[in-house]
Ligand binder design. Structure first.
Ligand code: GLN
Length: 542
């Protein structure tokens, strides 16, 4: 019978609850326990697909085509295992199911209520996933902060599961914050006390506390938290800031987070952390840095492109280089030529995913500068599409070439709607989504990089390369070397005679993991490292 570890958050959002959830699950996995994670998002959207990544964070795509919360990406990266859309539950999905059932007459004669009907559906989903995945422990992370109206039905469902299964099969881990005001210089425990009081009010007493802070929690603060939250002191775990998220499992292990979990849930300790530590150690202290320009819509939320950032870090880790990413606002370079020329000062350019027309002229121009100045370039999805537009305009001389997403009347629609999208009216969950097999032609750089003729990569798009232009591209050295769906979709572009100029219609970042970096990212970062060495060599500096 599966056991459940519920993770809740107090005080405020942005504490890194997803990383703590992933890290605890990783520690369980490393000690021989079969574990996976489930994220609960208490919003009414059916899924994250229609949400704005600049306010909510990246939309992650699972192999089965789910458009999920970005935490699912953290789970995959830490656990090195595929998740599915079932690993993310939203309030919208729960209510839709309950209301659909009501319309079908399944509750005939009853008044349908939050308790028990909504809570029953929540519990059913949680238990179904644990059983389907055949795990020993399901780590269930509840989004938001305790005290939010939105998350109440979920916390109530957790409370009921504790009643049904007992404390040896359920555990509550509460993540909180001990803030520090620089003038006082003391880590404050009051917000934590309040958030635990709020939990108790709804009938939940935490078993383990994980306390975030800029530095380790001093012993007196730990004692205070233990006393006021009624949690044994050895179950109060300090989680200070560290250099890389991949160091968090080791940190939490060192802080003894596993002991109370093992004791309460009756789990045996087997296995070792050694293999993971070797991987995690690669993420610190390289000494050398590659500087990469990411050209996109201005994004002040670091979470908007988290998988791209992580994939670059994974590649940097194996290539022994820190990757420093500078954001270049494509709308600014659209207006200011001098900014555009600065691209030459970077070791590489990434053109990430995107939608719509804002700032695209800047992106198209950046793709051209990278080509002409021979700066390593990687175009991802929209980046692949706009690099094609850039090549069509600047090399093939096709004036006004564009994607029909931006200019439906373009004389040269080098990027056009996927045929099966023509009759699609709804915007939620209707793109070409999820894992598809991609077939690589040889000889090609793509084949050199992947070393395989068939790879599996994730997708999220409505538009694609219009292959009627393919011949003209290839005559000028831009080759398309990987395809999918029986050659109907072009998936990889590569430019001859350039140190590294490649683009992918798929999103390689979604399958990159610290234990298994995605090969095209590794090859790109390798090219960036080469350029960095050359441009910073002493003789060139004169
Ligand atoms: N807007 C483009 C499309 O729909 C690219 C999407 C993306 O970058 N994920 O095809």
């Amino acid at each position: 019978m599966p056991k459940y570890l519920f993770v809740t958050g107090g005080v405020m959002s942005g504490l890194g609850k997803g990383i703590i959830t992933s890290s605890v699950a990783k520690l369980l996995q490393l000690s021989g326990v079969r574990a996976t994670c489930l994220k609960i998002d208490p919003y009414l959207n059916f899924d994250a697909g229609t949400m704005n990544p600049y306010t909510h964070g990246e939309v992650f795509v699972t192999d089965d085509g789910g458009e999920t919360d970005m935490d699912i990406g953290n789970y995959e990266r830490f656990l090195n295992r595929d998740m599915s859309r079932a690993n993310n539950i939203t309030t919208g999905q729960i209510y839709k199911k309950v209301i659909d059932d009501e319309r079908r007459g399944l509750f005939l004669g009853k008044s349908v209520q939050i308790i028990p009907h909504v809570t029953d559906e929540i519990k059913r989903r949680i238990r179904d996933l644990a059983e389907k995945e055949k795990v020993d422990v399901l780590v269930v992370e509840c989004g938001g902060t305790v005290g939010d109206i939105e998350s109440l039905p979920f916390l109530e469902a957790f409370r009921q599961m504790r009643m049904e299964d007992g404390p040896s099969k359920t555990l509550f881990l509460h993540v909180s914050l001990a803030p520090e005001l620089s003038v006082v210089g003391e880590m404050k425990t009051k917000p934590t006390q309040h958030s635990v009081q709020e939990m108790r009010r709804i009938g939940v007493q935490p078993d383990v506390m994980v306390i975030r802070g800029s530095r380790p929690l001093p012993p007196d603060a730990k004692e205070k938290i233990a006393l006021f939250t009624s949690v044994p002191i050895e179950s109060v775990v300090s989680d200070p800031d560290v250099e890389s998220i991949y160091l968090v499992p080791r940190l939490l292990e060192g802080e003894g987070v596993l002991a109370p979990i093992r004791r309460q849930l009756g789990l045996k300790a087997r296995g070792s952390m050694r293999a993971w530590n070797t991987v995690a150690d690669r993420f610190v202290g390289h000494g050398s840095t590659v500087r990469i320009a990411m050209v996109g819509k201005y994004a002040n939320l670091a979470d908007s492109y988290v998988s791209v950032n992580q994939a670059l870090a994974h590649a940097g880790a194996v290539k022994g280089a820190d990757v420093s990413i500078s954001w270049i606002d494509s709308e600014t370079i659209e207006k200011d030529e001098s900014q555009l020329r600065q691209i030459d000062a970077y070791d590489g350019v990434v053109l990430p995913q995107g939608f719509g027309g804002r700032g695209i002229e800047g992106k198209i121009a950046a793709a051209n500068v990278a080509r002409v100045d021979k700066v390593p370039f990687l175009g991802l999805c929209y980046g692949f599409q706009l690099a094609s537009v850039s090549f069509a305009r600047n090399v093939l001389g096709l004036k006004g070439a564009n994607s029909t997403e931006v200019d439906p009347k373009t004389p040269h629609p080098v990027i056009d709607l996927l045929p099966e999208q023509r009759d699609v009216a709804d915007l939620g969950g209707t793109m070409r989504l999820g894992g598809h097999d991609v077939f690589i032609e040889r000889p090609s750089r793509a084949f050199d990089i992947y070393g395989e003729e068939k790879i599996r990569e994730r997708h999220r798009h409505r538009y694609e390369l219009n292959q009627t232009y393919l011949k003209r591209f290839e005559e000028k050295g831009m080759r398309f070397t990987a395809f999918s769906d029986g050659r109907r979709r072009a998936e990889v572009m590569e430019l001859e005679g350039h140190p590294f100029y490649m683009g992918t219609q798929y999103h390689p970042e979604y399958v990159s993991r610290p234990e298994r970096p995605e090969p095209i990212y590794v090859a790109f970062v390798e090219a960036c490292v080469k350029r960095a060495r050359r441009s910073r060599a002493p003789e060139r500096r004169r």
